[in-house]
Design a protein around this ligand. Structure first.
Ligand code: TNX
Length: 553
């Protein structure tokens, strides 16, 4: 193993050589390596010669947590190559050449930072924490040929080659989320696991599950069983119901945790609650349960703020949020709060206080959409989730007759979270909503028109050009906990349609989330996408082969 040429005493995020790779391609099999997505803070190809993963390669680990990372990394590699790839504990110095070393090394500072050195003699990834080590393995995963994603792939022409490189890397933001709306159309656990694999490839580390909405309640609550009875019986267009049992949810949480991904459960309150209201008449002010809803309107349902319903509503909030928190190991719980169009403003403030208090009573940190910033009684540290348009937004041509955006009100509500000691996660709909159409409005893989345009259409380049710090004005980098790429599923009812809208635009947001701000370069990003595409091909993802990218054959 060649000695590391990168200092391991500290990981310095320096952008200087981020794009050193442009135009380079190492011959690593069927698909030449075109670069990593998201771009590392520092990446250099070196002249130490390609590493070849072979029958005798071992994963040599040292330090707490390294073996578990190695096993997660090795499982798909074994399936693709047929090699044993044994995981063995050893002092790093003692390991012979030809291995992949995964080393916990406190000298590498930063919760998610890692350094990676590859060359003819082997690969060494070092990190201070297991999370960093895992992200290092995901870089190595992308440096292997895309066939590594396919079970039983067999050896590609040229072997399982990894280009010689030096990487020093850590993320820009701590919270890098993919939001999946499983309420409008349900996704079974197996598909969520696939999505988690794809998230890991792009170093996204938060799965935000939008578990409840007007059309469906998708998580079992033992104390309110009809939520997943009547409440889970259908979906948009009557495309069938579904929900996660507690065991299903724990499977998702565990699978995510193995990939250093945290699940954030969202229970959308007090609006977007028709499914709950349809299951329990006593939650309705008039005591009458509405029928299940299969349309795509928003803003017509609300929990009841009437004092006569206070006992049952507060019991509902405490029970639901308590059970959800109890099965969620991560630090956050999301209580929604968006589009309260069916809730009178003073009722909304009252319900917001009660909802966020019930959520805080679970000892989780509360996250809420920006509308809840209207309240000045938020629990300390509540995180605001901004979803309105960016400050830079120009109204799309089809909506010029509407009032100018962004809503000053939404921006003010976002700032209210900062004033109350919280931070923001940013998800402006005109940049990060992956259910927004592409401007050329192509039919999806199954021939249907996909997505909506209420916020705008979004190209890959527009998603990539987004600058989070400019989203609502007046933000410091430290105000931003992270960013969210959201996929709402009113028009997306199956994996190919979902994937066509999500990929590759989610990769643009992943790079916004991970890579240094001053190093982003659209041309360079497009030049690196073919390698990601080869991996998505290996995973069977039906991504859109957008123009301007030299996608792998
Ligand atoms: C707005 S953004 C919504 C969702 C819709 C989405 C469709 C937000 C928090 N609410 O209920 O699904 O637009 O793009």
């Amino acid at each position: 193993m060649p000695s590391a040429s990168v200092s391991r005493t500290a990981v310095v995020v320096a952008a200087a050589s981020l794009f050193a790779l442009t135009g380079c391609s190492a011959d690593s099999g069927d698909d030449p390596f075109s670069g990593l997505v998201p771009a590392p803070a520092r990446f250099e190809l070196t002249d130490r010669g390609d590493f070849t993963l072979g029958e005798r390669t071992r994963l040599v680990v040292s330090g707490d947590g390294a073996a578990a990372v190695a096993e997660t990394f090795a499982a798909p590699l074994r399936a693709a190559t047929g090699y044993d790839l044994p995981v063995e504990e050893a002092e790093p110095e003692a390991s012979p050449d030809g291995d992949i070393e995964l080393v916990i090394d406190p000298a590498v500072e930063g919760d998610e930072a890692y350094v990676l050195e590859s060359g003819h003699g082997g690969v060494r990834i070092a990190a201070g924490e297991p999370a960093g080590l895992f992200w290092g393995t995901q870089s190595l995963r992308q440096m292997l040929p895309g066939a590594i994603e396919e079970s039983g792939a067999g050896e590609p022409e040229g072997g399982w080659r990894v280009p010689a490189a030096s990487i020093v890397d850590q993320p820009r933001f701590a919270y890098r989320a993919s939001l999946v709306d499983v309420a409008r159309h349900f996704s079974p656990v197996d598909y969520i696991e696939k999505h988690l694999d794809r998230m890991a490839l792009m170093k996204l580390n938060v799965l935000h599950l939008h578990l409840t909405d007007d059309q469906g309640w998708r998580i079992r609550i033992d104390s309110w069983p009809e939520l997943t009875g009547i409440g889970a019986s259908t979906s948009v267009g009557g495309d069938g119901g579904g929900f996660y049992t507690k065991d299903d949810y724990r499977r998702i949480v565990d699978y995510a945790a193995e990939r250093f991904i945290t699940v954030v459960p969202e229970i959308d309150l007090p609006g977007h609650t028709n499914a709950a209201l349809s299951a329990y008449p006593e939650l309705n002010c008039d005591g009458v349960a509405p029928p299940p809803y299969e349309g795509i309107e928003v803003g017509f349902s609300s929990l009841c703020a009437d004092p006569a319903r206070a006992e049952v509503t507060d019991r509902f909030l405490a029970d639901v949020l308590g059970e959800v928190a109890e099965m969620t190991p991560g630090p956050w719980i999301h209580v929604g709060g968006d589009e309260p169009l069916a809730t009178r403003p003073d009722d909304y403030l009252d319900l917001t206080r009660r909802i966020t208090a019930a959520a805080a009573a679970t000892d989780k940190t509360v996250i809420a959409y920006h509308e809840m910033g209207a309240s000045n009684e938020l629990p300390p540290g509540t995180v605001g989730h901004y979803w309105d348009l960016t400050a830079a937004h120009e109204m799309p041509a089809n909506r010029r007759d509407e009032p100018a955006r962004p809503y000053p009100e939404s921006a003010g509500q976002a700032h209210s979270f900062l004033e109350q000691g919280g931070r923001l996660v940013l998800a402006p709909a005109d940049r990060t909503y992956l259910d927004m159409m592409y401007p050329d409005r192509p039919a999806g893989p199954l021939g249907t028109e996909l997505g909506t345009r209420w916020a705008d259409t979004i190209t890959l380049e527009e998603a990539y050009a987004w600058r989070p710090e400019e989203t609502v004005g007046g933000l410091d980098e430290s105000d931003i906990l992270g960013v969210v790429a959201s996929v709402w599923t009113e028009t997306l009812s199956n994996p190919p349609d979902f994937e066509f809208m999500v990929f590759p635009r989610i990769a643009a947001i992943a790079e916004v989330a991970w890579s240094p701000a001053d190093a982003r370069d659209e041309e360079d990003f497009r030049s690196r996408l073919p390698t990601l595409g080869a991996h998505l091909d290996g995973l069977g993802v039906a991504y859109r082969k957008v123009g301007g990218v030299d996608w792998a054959e």
